[in-house]
Design a protein around this ligand. Sequence first.
Ligand code: UDX
Length: 436
Amino acid sequence: MKIAVIGTGYVGLVTGTCLAETGNKVICVDIDAAKVQKMQEGQVPIYEPGLDVLFHRNIAQGRLTFTTDLAHGIKDAQIIFMALPTPPGGDGAADLSYILGAAKDISKLVTEYKVIVNKSTVPVGTADKVQAVFKAHTNVEIDVVSNPEFLREGVAVEDFMKPDRVVIGTRSERAQKLMSELYGPYVRQGNPVLFMDERSSELTKYAANSFLATKITFMNEIANLCEIVGADVDAVRKGIGSDARIGKRFLFPGIGYGGSCFPKDVQALAKSADENNYDFQILKAVMEVNEKQKTVLVDKLLKYYKGDLKGKHFALWGLAFKPETDDIREAPALYIIDELVKHGATVTAFDPEGMANVKRLIGDKISYVEDQYEALHHADALLIATEWSVFRNPDFEKMEEVLSNKVIFDGRNLYDLEKMIDLGYYYNSVGRKLID
Ligand code: UDX
């Protein structure tokens, strides 16, 4: 099939590349000329495991191309994906201006039937708004489909190639048929393609992310309580996770959820409920708890250093909001840095992929090193904010040589408590016994 993807951000680029991989001819359109040129020259603009291989292969075989020219991009496309940003507006509601703007531009160019697919996370009713934009500008028949993405950063290619499910929101049989044909190769294992109306599809995405954010937040609160009552969150996690109704996944406590989706989507769903005069109380609690959770490590540090962090120097392992990505959007590490610097401390950080983005954002507010052990030099303590694999089994002997004190505040529960006792560390993790 011939496909156009508008927007080559994280979702658009993964979508376009993975759609090309099954033999479709995909043209990606973006207004950022410099980025388009780089992609034309074969440079992948983001770090996402597995993407580069598919990207280069499909470019080489002529199935994946890039342009800034919208008219050229959509001319032959049977299906046009919109993968555009929906940032929170001033009031927390999703800002639809990119999507509605693109819809208007496309509506002025279409000359024959096309399916317009909305991949972005958008409030209920957006498909209707997009349809209305087309109605206002063209008589050409088009169908607007809601097809939310459930890709996790770091495993996005795998998630796209083998999705747990594909949700397609449209009541048009013609669009259903085309979408079903397009996704066929991705669900051969038997995972479902779920057809539903546009509004249910739009809400499904928000409900999924908000449910997962709630699940994590619940575990974060259980972890906080564990510390107070002397229970071990790992034991509790396994205890409840073995119940199939609860499930083992997404029960890891930490320093709050971050990233480009959960914070924005929980906020947008709560806002959307408010606008519909529904007080979605649980989501408000989730946001409030998560806000506090982002700086639990700092609270622990303040307690340890009796409220005085002035002149202290900390090593920080991990900046990205999660491992296997260079994405630092809403990364808890950034909130920790802010608080530490506010309290007069200094920080040296190491992250395998996220440092360039943090440098761009906060510059020399902290210092950066290219080696995880170098970060420990003269540090009063090590703080861990992201569970990268390279942090899971470090060379403890080497660490001892450079750390001023054997003190670790771990926001991701990477180390075995027994091991830390043996090694003689002060080890403060989340929801587990304090080793001191
Ligand atoms: C999420 C959804 O999983 C995905 O389906 C959707 O399309 C986009 O949003 P992503 O943002 O890539 O994906 O990250 P995810 O792996 O879901 O983690 C989100 C946040 O939750 C991270 O900050 C992570 O550290 C945190 N988390 C996750 C926990 O604190 N504990 C867990 O057990 C799992």
